[in-house]
Design a protein around this ligand. Structure first.
Ligand code: 13P
Length: 210
């Protein structure tokens, strides 16, 4: 996909997320890997009103080379791109349900949302660890995310929100949406004993759908 098409798609997907309440105000940021660098949403921009021509352009070393000033969370995105060769895009949201789970102290920090549904497993994978709290924009979060991102396509930042990678922009956005729905199901079912997908069913999904 060439850069102009990627810019337009990023703006379209961001507006869709905003329109459906996955992001409010200027929360969240989205990036995409290009052949020779990255695009990322500008800092303090609303996902609902992005301009393709003003997206921040970074070179292959994550230096700002064009467009508006980049998100203060470049480190967060860089952690995924450096840990995962398969990451073609990264989406960070403060979506309500996933962030609610990120505020619960008594969850399994290695994997707070159990395998409730196939699409959560197919899009997000086997596990999604919680990364301890860092102030937004704190570069110290990079090594912590990097360490978790080796084995996980997504992480939950404690008291902050999800960061989700995908092979493509569309994959990353779909995964962020599935994560939000899985978090909603998990919260609806808390205090009950739901039937979970078995390890064998999870293996089957990951073998079949990658
Ligand atoms: P930016 O506006 O700098 O992208 O930050 C928004 C955000 O979601 C912080 O976590």
């Amino acid at each position: 996909m060439n850069e102009a098409v990627t810019r337009d798609l990023l703006v379209e997907l961001a507006a869709s997320l905003f329109a459906r309440g996955f992001s409010v105000g200027s929360a969240g940021n989205i990036s995409a890997r290009l052949d020779d660098g990255y695009l990322i949403t500008p800092t303090n921009s609303s996902l609902g009103r992005l301009d393709p021509a003003r997206l921040s352009r970074l070179d292959a070393d994550f230096r700002h080379v064009g467009g508006d000033a980049p998100s203060k969370e470049v480190f967060m995105h860089r952690a995924f791109y450096r840990a995962r060769q398969d990451a073609g895009a990264v989406v960070h949201l403060h979506s309500t349900m996933a962030t609610a789970v990120a505020c619960l102290p008594d969850v399994d920090a290695a994997n707070p949302i159990p395998p409730l549904t196939p699409y959560f497993v197919m899009r997000v994978g086997r596990s999604m660890p919680v990364v301890e709290y860092y102030r937004p924009g704190d570069p110290a979060m990079e090594p912590a995310i990097h360490a978790s991102a080796h084995d996980a396509r997504a992480v939950l930042l404690a008291n902050h929100g999800p960061v989700v990678s995908g092979k493509t922009l569309t994959d990353a956005v779909y995964a962020a949406e599935e994560l939000e729905e899985a978090a909603k199901l998990y919260l609806l079912l808390r205090g009950t004993a739901p039937r979970l997908l078995t390890p064998r069913q999870v293996d089957d999904l990951l073998t079949t759908f990658g």
